[in-house]
Design a protein around this ligand. Structure first.
Ligand code: NAD
Length: 481
């Protein structure tokens, strides 16, 4: 597999001629290469986007929408290819890629093809004196930078609103999982995008990503990734007055009350803990259970987690695949060690493993689903993002204590509340310092809703018209009557 950059409608290697390895985490082996792009490639991509901007921003919104819909058609037509590629590149089960990642990538493109046609601007009448109307102008050339955990899903979540709003894009997928964005880039011309409108460049964040966010012609940066990277990008872009949207890390609480629908709470908490090997920013990594329910909930959750076996991600029956890389596996394992040293009791899992009877996967990066109890709410394992199949579980005695534990971290992305008492659910949601609260569900998404976090989980919101507002600049025109 050879990944290439898309610049000015052409698929090209990096100017410097250097490459990076593509690794299949299920086998721990190299299976291809991607361009190690640098500032020169960024420059070419930004210049080509800049040249294309006037014409693209003048293109009627329904024609821009048609390009996005044709790209969505190509995603749909190639869904099996994309699902297999996502699974190989990331280690995620193919069942997840084909039921979540790829359908959602298609939906993102279709959603913003439709949303731009309903995106209205405002007018303010000053009775008899003047009329104000607010134009929403595209920004110019924008950077979209995405992470490895939901590669095509999060990549399209950014580029679709940016392009729909009339911007030209230079996008940078994660160097760890670039393949599905590359496949998408091979269909951009066929979808009808004029050359230069949509560019995709590959390489290391610290090299090509850094050059991109610093580029003087980049008007805005939409970034999803780690909090430390987000802070760095903010420090680079703020003095240059670029618009910035940051979707960062999480340390989400799942709060389970005694009066919940037990079976639903148990099954969904298992899913919210270990889906995508716990590598979803929305996964609930701190499970807080009302004291009266605690022993029963804990024991059954552990019983179910023990039955989850890691397997070949390409096998349609597999529910737990590989974690994304050797470095990431080692980071997760170091947190399990830290949990032991902080006095945690490992109830299940706790180490790396390999799928049974699959000798060809013996060098892959797998971790058993791990549940830890006995840790204080304020220890490092309960405060720092682990981003793997590792959760902690602890009892709470009152609504106030649950809120206190949940809000104790520097993150504020999402929380889940399980109770049949709607008044309690509402009060809990209001008290939680998170951008998203799910009551009696998890990861139930309506693309029209604001998506994002507070505190160190981010700045700004994606989703619905929020993203179109981000990717446009309001200009008020006042006409005296
Ligand atoms: P990361 O921050 O290492 O990388 C994200 C992207 O930024 C990659 O494309 C990377 O190449 C690029 N990058 C790295 N350094 C850069 C720099 N100096 N300048 C410009 N670009 C740079 O994150 P990751 O490890 O790929 O992803 C995991 C993180 O993403 C987790 O913290 C997770 O919580 C977070 N995440 C957040 C959300 C959300 O919506 N809030 C969604 C998914 C993932």
């Amino acid at each position: 597999m050879e990944v290439l950059n898309l610049i000015q409608g052409e698929l090209v290697s990096a100017k410097g001629g250097e490459w990076l390895d593509l690794t299949d985490p299920s086998k721990g082996s190299i299976y291809g290469r991607l361009p190690r792009s640098g500032a020169e490639d960024v420059n070419l991509a930004v210049e080509s986007a800049d040249k294309a901007f006037k014409s693209w921003s003048d293109t009627p919104h329904n024609e821009r929408a048609a390009c996005l819909n044709r790209l969505a058609d190509l995603v749909s037509k190639n869904a099996n290819l994309l699902s297999a590629a996502e699974s190989t590149d990331n280690g995620k089960p193919i069942s997840l890629a084909s039921s979540v990642d790829i359908p959602r990538a298609e939906s993102n493109l279709r959603f913003y093809a439709s949303a731009i046609q309903h995106f209205a601007s405002e007018s303010h009448s000053m009775e008899g004196v003047a009329i104000n109307y607010t134009l929403r102008k595209p920004l110019g050339v924008v950077a979209c930078i995405s992470p490895w955990n939901l590669p095509l899903y999060l990549f399209t979540w950014k580029v679709a609103p940016a392009l729909a709003a009339g911007n030209c894009v230079v996008a940078k997928p994660s160097e760890i999982t670039p393949v599905t964005a590359y496949l998408l880039s091979t269909w951009v011309k066929e979808a009808g995008f004029p050359d230069g409108v949509f560019n995709i460049i590959h390489g290391l964040g610290t090299e090509v990503g850094d050059a991109l966010v610093r580029h003087p012609k980049i008007a805005a940066v939409s970034f999803t990734g780690g909090t430390a990277t987000g802070a760095h990008i903010a420090s680079v872009t703020a003095p240059r007055f670029k618009k910035l949207s940051l979707e960062l890390g999480g340390k989400n609480a799942a709060i389970i009350f005694d009066d919940c629908d037990f079976e639903d709470a148990l099954a969904t908490t298992l899913r919210s803990s270990f889906s995508n090997q716990g590598q979803i920013c929305l996964c609930g990594s701190r499970i807080l259970v009302e004291k009266s329910l605690y022993p029963k909930f804990r024991d059954l959750l552990v019983e179910k987690a023990k039955k989850m076996k890691v397997g070949d991600p390409q096998n349609p029956a597999t529910k737990m695949g590989a974690v994304v890389s050797k470095d990431h596996r080692d980071k997760i394992l170091s947190y399990i060690e830290l949990a032991r040293s902080e006095g945690g009791k490992i109830l299940c899992g706790g180490s790396s493993t390999t799928p049974e009877n699959e000798p060809h996967l013996s060098e892959g990066y797998y971790i058993q689903p791990t549940i830890i109890e006995g840790l204080n709410f304020d220890c490092r394992v309960n405060q720092e993002e682990i981003f793997g199949p590792v959760v902690t579980i602890q009892p709470f005695e009152s609504d106030e204590e649950a809120v206190y534990f949940a809000n104790s971290t520097e993150f504020g992305l999402a929380a889940t509340v399980w109770t049949k008492d709607l008044k309690r659910a509402h009060n809990m949601a209001a008290a939680l310092d998170t951008g998203i609260v799910w009551v009696n569900c998890w990861l139930l998404r309506d693309l029209r809703t604001p998506f994002g976090g507070v505190k160190n989980s981010g700045v700004g919101r994606e989703g619905g018209f929020e993203a179109l507002q981000f990717f446009t600049e309001p200009q008020n025109v006042c006409i005296k009557l």
